[in-house]
Design a protein around this ligand. Sequence first.
Ligand code: NAP
Length: 337
Amino acid sequence: MEKCIELAKKAEGLTSPNPLVGCVITDEFDNVIATGYHHKYGENHAERDALLKINKGEGDTLYVNLEPCSHFGKTPPCTDIIIEKGIKHVVIGMLDPNPAVSGIKKLKEAGIDVTTGVLEDECKKLNEVFIKNMTQKKTFVAIKTAATLDGKTATSTGSSKWITSEKARAEVKIIRNRYDAIMTSSSTIIADNPQMFHRKKIILDRELKTNPESQIYKQGEIYLFNEKKDGLNGNINFIKTPVKDGKISLEFVFEKLYKLGIMSVLVESGGKLSGRTLKYADKIYHFIAPKITGDNSSKSCFDFQKITDISQCLNFRIDGIQTFNPDILLTYYPIGK
Ligand SMILES: NC(=O)c1ccc[n+]([C@@H]2O[C@H](COP(=O)([O-])OP(=O)(O)OC[C@H]3O[C@@H](n4cnc5c(N)ncnc54)[C@H](OP(=O)(O)O)[C@@H]3O)[C@@H](O)[C@H]2O)c1
C-alpha cells in the first residue's frame, strides 16, 4: 500500500477532480509483476493502467489505495477488468466516498477476496481534497504562510522578501502544484509584486486597485473577485462579488470556486486575509524561519481578531514537521474539522 501511495503521488496536480490512485499487482509468490497509477484526469484509472500490463491469470493480488470503481465514467468500471483478468484477492486502502461507487460488492459477488482499511489514515490523507469535494461538495482550502519565530510575515512597512530560505521557497512551489488554484490579495500584490506561477490564480481586489501590469497577471488563468464588474478580458475573468463588513465575502468566493470546478485552493497572502480564511481552512502549511523581528508593529501571520482570554484561541492538530534548513515547515489541521 505504501508503494500505491508513492505511485499515486506521481500525478499530484494532474488528476483533479479525480483522486490520486496507485496500484500494485503481485503473483502468488508475492512478487510485484505490474504497477500503475492514474496519470491524469480522463486517462485510465490506476487498476486498469496496471492490469493492462499483465495477461489473464498472471496476477494473484491487486493492491489499490482507493476502492475500485464499479460505474462507467470517462473510462469503463475497474471492477470489470479486475474480474476479467482473474485476480483472486483485492487489498484496498480506503472506501470510495463517492456514493456512485460500490466496487467491493461487485468484487465479492464475483468470488474475489477483499481486504479493506490497509494504511487507511495515510490513504485518506493522500485524498483529503477528493474526500472533502465528495462529502461536502466544497472546495478544499489550504493556507500557506511564512513567518519569523515571533510569528511575523512582514515588517510594518511591508518588507517580507525573504523570510525563508531558497530551500523552503522551492518546497512552496511543490505545495502549490498540488492545488487547482492559488489565491492572494490586492495588498500582497501591491507590496510584493509576486509572479506566483500557476495554472489558475484567484485574486481578491475589491476596488480593482492593483496595477494590471503587475507580474501576477502575466501568466495563468485569473479569477479577479471585485465589487465593481463581471466579464472576461484576456486571461482575466472578473467576478462581481458581494461585500460584507467592507471586505469581499469569502463565503461567496469559496462557493463560487466550487461552482467553477476549482476543487482546491492554496491561499498565499499576508496575515489579514490568511486570518480571515482560517474559518474556512482545511489545512495549514506554516514555514518558520529562525529569525526574530522583535517588533510588535511587524505584521502577524494571522491577524483577524481581538481576544482577551487565552481560551478564545483557535486550536489545531500538528500533523507534520519537516526541515528545510535552516527553516521548518509545520503542517497542521484545525481541530474538529
Ligand atoms: N511571509 C508570507 O508568507 C507572506 C505571504 C504573502 C504576503 N506577505 C506580506 O504580507 C503583507 C500584506 O499583508 P496584509 O495583512 O496587509 O494583507 P493581506 O492579508 O495580504 O491582504 C489583505 C487584503 O485582502 C483583501 N481581502 C479580501 N477579502 C478579505 C477578507 N474577507 N478579509 C480580509 N481581507 C480581505 C482586502 O483587500 P481589498 O479590500 O483590496 O479587497 C485586504 O486589504 C505584505 O507586506 C506582504 O509582503 C507575506
